[in-house]
Design a protein around this ligand. Structure first.
Ligand SMILES: *Cc1c(COP(=O)(O)O)cnc(C)c1O
Length: 360
């Protein structure tokens, strides 16, 4: 297998042992004479996969009793609508923190259904920092508080869980889930699209505190009602079986690695190596304030933006792919999720240093 180091923000790298397992499984999965893509989602074999995936993710995240785990389709973006539709009355007040592009998208969708109060807005710092907690304008009557713990595009990450009193806290963890332990009990709802740290695109993980189920607005379609998923073990209709199976393999792999405390150590070390290399150089810089730099998505710019194109061409030739920053920010971005090894990060750092020596 000739593999590159893929720094894509999503769909992102999968662990190699998971890919090897998929390859071995495909022709004749569990002696069924079929691949997992060809079996009924209601077969005992597939139901076992679905149940094990849920049990494993519960163990990984130490999800307390009293929470349901759902696997809907539609990615994180559908949750931008499902959150207000399941937690608020039409036009009622809801709180949102705006820390970047994904917060903005969540806010724009919520405005279709609710009166959105933007509690704090990082737009004026060009999304380079989290606004001081003392300045947040939380509304104690809000139906919920929504935030984005890791802004995948801007590379801004909360290294703390916001304190919001009794109002349910809702988090879009798409690009940080499974990167470290989380105190799930502090949250009303956690959701995450799969294609960053969970598995292939096409499935979403939603963790909901049970008292928040059954509040969907009248007339909401079944597929937009969390409680319908909770009652049917996320088999309301045919689920994305292949994506679910692969997510299960990733959960198994993470447990075998020692769980999320081990992932946290590795991820923190990888990020530290890369930020140190950027900070020590006069040629590269990171626009994000040091106290909220993401462990998962590391944006950086070259001091000579005219060299962006050559940097991308030469890095690609060196087997380092997808380093181009998001079109809304420019520069570079290295996404270093769980599946990116420290070796991959070190390969990027040596390439950057060598590029600087030659071109800087
Ligand atoms: C990728 C991403 C999304 C969008 O996910 P989809 O699955 O494409 O809908 C939303 N929020 C965050 C933080 C993301 O990283």
């Amino acid at each position: 297998m000739s593999r590159v180091y893929n720094f894509s923000a999503g769909p992102a790298m999968l662990p190699e042992p998971v890919l090897a397992r998929i390859r071995a499984d495909i022709p004749d999965w569990q002696n069924t004479g079929m691949s997992v893509m060809e079996v009924s989602h209601r077969s005992k074999e597939f139901v076992a996969v679905a149940e094990k995936a849920e049990a494993d993710v519960r163990q990984l995240l130490q999800i307390p009793d009293g929470y349901s785990v759902l696997f809907p389709q539609g990615g994180a973006t559908l949750q931008f609508a499902m959150v207000p539709l399941n937690l608020s009355e039409a036009g009622s007040p809801v709180d949102y923190l705006n820390t970047g592009s994904w917060s903005e998208k969540a806010i724009a969708e919520a405005r279709k259904f609710c009166a959105v109060n933007v509690v704090a807005n990082a737009a004026d710092s060009n999304y380079s920092r989290i606004p001081a907690v003392a300045d947040w304008q939380l509304d104690p009557n809000a139906a919920y508080v929504h935030y984005t713990p890791n802004e995948t595009i801007g590379g801004v990450e909360f290294h703390f869980v916001p304190e919001v009193g009794n109002v349910p806290l809702v988090a879009d963890m798409s690009s940080t889930i499974l990167s470290r332990p989380v105190d799930v009990g502090r949250f009303g709802v956690i959701y995450a699209g799969a294609q960053k740290n969970i598995g292939p695109a096409g499935i979403c993980l939603v963790i909901v505190r049970d008292d928040l189920l059954g509040r969907a607005r009248q007339g909401v379609p079944s597929l937009l009602d969390w409680s319908v998923y909770a009652k049917s073990d996320s088999m309301v209709n045919t689920p994305p079986t292949f994506a679910w199976y692969v997510a299960g393999l990733v959960f198994e792999y993470l447990l075998e690695q020692g769980g999320l405390a081990v992932m946290a150590e590795r991820n923190e070390r990888k990020a530290k190596l890369l930020y140190e290399a950027i900070d020590q150089s006069a040629f590269y810089s990171c626009p994000v304030a040091p106290d909220c730099r993401s462990w998962m998505n590391v944006p950086f710019v070259l001091s000579v933006p005219e060299l962006d194109k050559v940097f991308l061409e030469e890095s690609l030739a060196a087997g380092l792919t997808n380093l181009k920053g998001h079109r809304s920010v420019g520069g570079m971005r290295a996404s270093i999720y769980n599946a990116m090894s420290e070796k991959g990060v070190l390969a990027l750092i040596s390439f950057m240093q060598e590029f600087e020596r030659r071109r800087g």
